[in-house]
Design a protein around this ligand. Structure first.
Ligand code: ARG
Length: 640
């Protein structure tokens, strides 16, 4: 075998009559170079076509993966072959019998009922996958064909996706909804990036509305530039809380006066509420002085946000925000909505009544909503409408995800419907709400959560305490603080992504920071252990690459490889489910199998050739685990 040919080329040489060119020509949707299992499927399709006469186009998509290794590597459901009149279980038996016993890639299959399970032959699998994974390294699993406008012609360019996520409100709590949006949105952006899309990450800050007039006023009254620079999030939050309290007290006072029948107009005129209203009015009218101050708040906040997001490996291409939606743009949309009879006047305000516009249940569910208040101010929805039209004008996007808590489901439905009614069906079709459930019981030890940092610091501290409990191990950690920080962040993220995103979950500090069970620290530990094996084996890359992989014959070695071979399929499936748990479930299955192999497959202490071969296997496992973790947004630790 030529040393230069790739492991996949060498695989193809084992199979008579099937070349990589054949596969590409006959199954143009396959990509053997990034997903080796596509070759196995193509071959299986050919063999089954020979046995059954069924069109390969029908056979290929019926080849499914299995839920556990004991059920095989692939399986087909006979009824999916659409053969009329025949009993599927009889056919299953017949076909399995006809399957050649000397097939180069598959063992003789076993039928169960309507199904036939296929197990891959271990030798060609191990000899192809292990070197291929090591060759592709951190790109193994990625499939960038998905993002091409034309998969056979990269010059036609990439598809574009806008992912809007995180989107906290300046000076307000960074609540659990924002945490989830940040984690899930970051993951989705990574996913599409790895699938070859042009990804544009948007943080649509809540930074506009009367409450921001109030905040600016608070700064004028009690603000301190030095403190703002030092900790903008905290300072603005404190100001906001303080002035809100005062505002509420005034309102109470005014109400009390009114109740007693006294004149409250003087108090009302100079109240914080009224001053804030006026301040905000100046902001909407484009008063440069107040706007400059407002931009300054935003800038210092964004600087701080960026630092925290970096801890989660999250970044944005644009911090847009509600304030970026111009009054002119909204006036233009308002006119359009009026012309198309989508909105109507009602007692001075402008509203959209979906019950009149959309027939049946859907209209009822969408209800009625105001888009312009009587005093002329625009609302959250008004801004979202103009912002979406603006995004469509600025970006030629194929998809736009709104990663927002399920509480805003109605809001986003209304938004998409209005866009549709504005004769922008094509835009509406590209939009999708990525809806997720609540986090229950999230608070930090110091009380309420002010910002993302508070949550992460708390988890990091907790993790540090967990680590200290094992004194011997703790003493060996070179950089315990940084390690605890990464572990704590992984704990938070994995707990968040563990279940289907639409489900609520309990924020459980004890459970998430445990090294046992399916947690972030467990995954990190599994990764660090693989790294440590490599360090201790002390073999050069060339030595590992020269390993004789036919020495990997133990069931554990074969099963680890079978799991590794699935990773590109798992990636592809994740693009369909859009669920981080698809990745996590796989990573936990993989790490369980790996950790059960350590006793059987020792590296250090084994005979030199065996040592090399096992090291190659563990190295491939390390690569896949790291790739999965990075896709989720975790930073794999090399030591701990
Ligand atoms: N800032 C909003 C909030 O905290 C979330 C923004 C969601 N995105 C949107 N385009 N409306 O509730």
């Amino acid at each position: 075998m030529a040393a230069t040919s790739s492991p996949i080329d060498q695989l193809a040489q084992r199979v008579e009559g099937l070349t990589l060119q054949n596969v590409a020509a006959e199954f143009p949707f396959t990509h053997v170079d990034v997903n080796p299992y596509d070759f196995w499927r193509a071959h299986l399709t050919k063999v089954l076509n020979g046995i059954t006469g069924v069109d390969p186009k029908i056979i290929y998509p019926t080849i499914n993966w299995t839920s556990s290794l004991d059920k095989g590597d692939f399986m087909v459901a006979v009824p999916a072959f659409r053969i009329k009149g025949a009993k599927p279980d009889v056919l299953a038996k017949e076909w399995a019998e006809k399957f050649p016993a000397d097939d180069p890639l598959f063992e003789k299959p076993t039928p169960t009922g309507h199904f036939i399970a296929f197990f891959v032959r271990s030798k060609p699998l191990v000899q192809t996958l292990v070197p291929q994974i090591r060759k592709l390294g951190d790109t193994f699993g990625r499939n960038t064909y998905d993002g091409l406008r034309d998969a056979s012609d990269p010059s036609k360019g990439q598809k574009k996706i806008l992912v809007e996520f995180s989107s906290p409100n300046v000076a307000k709590n960074f609540h659990a909804g924002h945490l989830r949006s940040t984690i899930i949105g970051g993951f989705l952006a990574n996913l599409y990036d790895a699938a070859g899309w042009d990804v544009f990450r948007i943080n649509y800050l809540g930074d506009w509305g009367k409450q921001y007039g109030l905040l600016a006023l608070a700064f004028e009254l009690y603000g301190n530039e030095e403190e703002l620079q030092k900790d903008p999030i905290d300072h603005l939050y404190q100001l906001y809380v303080r002035i809100n309290k005062e505002k509420e007290a005034e309102i109470e006072e005014i109400e009390a006066l009114k109740k007693e029948g006294k004149d409250a107009s003087e108090l009302e005129a100079k109240s914080k509420d009224e001053q804030a209203r006026q301040y905000f009015k100046r902001m909407t009218e484009g008063d440069e002085a107040v706007l400059a101050r407002w931009r300054h708040f935003k800038d210092v906040s964004i600087t701080k946000y960026k630092k925290t997001y970096a801890r989660l490996n999250v970044y944005f291409d644009s911090y847009s925000g509600e304030s970026g939606v111009s009054e002119e743009a909204m006036a233009k949309t308002a006119k359009l909505m009026e012309e198309k009879k989508i909105s109507k006047e009602d007692n001075g305000s402008v509203l959209v009544d979906f019950q009149e516009l959309v027939p049946g249940k859907e209209g009822k569910r969408l209800g009625k909503t105001v888009v312009r208040k009587r005093d002329g101010t625009a609302l959250y929805l008004t801004r979202d409408i103009s912002e979406l039209l603006n995004r469509a004008e600025t970006h030629n996007f194929d998809k736009l995800y709104y990663v927002v808590a399920s509480q805003q489901e109605l809001h986003l439905r209304q938004l998409f419907k209005i866009i549709e009614l504005l004769d922008c069906k094509e835009i509406a079709k590209k939009c999708q709400h990525i809806s997720f459930g609540m986090v229950l019981g999230m608070s930090t030890r110091k009380g309420t959560v002010k910002f993302l940092d508070d949550i992460l610091n708390d988890a990091s501290e907790h993790m540090h305490n967990v680590m200290r409990k094992n004194e011997d191990k703790y003493a060996q950690v070179a950089n315990p603080e940084a390690t605890a920080d990464t572990l704590g962040i992984s704990a938070v993220m994995v707990q968040d992504m563990r279940g289907k995103i639409i489900n609520n979950y309990n924020f459980d500090m004890e459970a998430m920071t445990s090294f046992e069970g399916d947690t972030g620290p467990y995954l990190q530990y599994a990764h660090a252990r693989l790294c440590s094996i490599k360090r201790r084996a002390d073999l050069s890359e060339e030595a590992i690459a020269s390993a004789d992989l036919s020495l990997l014959t133990e069931p554990h070695a074969i099963n680890v490889t079978r799991m590794l071979a699935q990773w590109p399929d798992v990636f592809q499936n994740t693009l369909k489910t859009l669920e981080p748990t698809t990745v996590l479930t796989y990573l936990f299955r993989l790490t369980h199998i790996i950790s059960s192999s350590y006793d059987q497959l020792q590296v250090v202490g084994s005979e030199e050739e065996v040592k090399k071969a096992r090291m190659a296997l563990y190295d491939a496992a390390r690569i896949v685990l790291a790739n999965g973790m990075k896709l989720l947004g975790l930073s794999p630790l090399e030591r701990m």
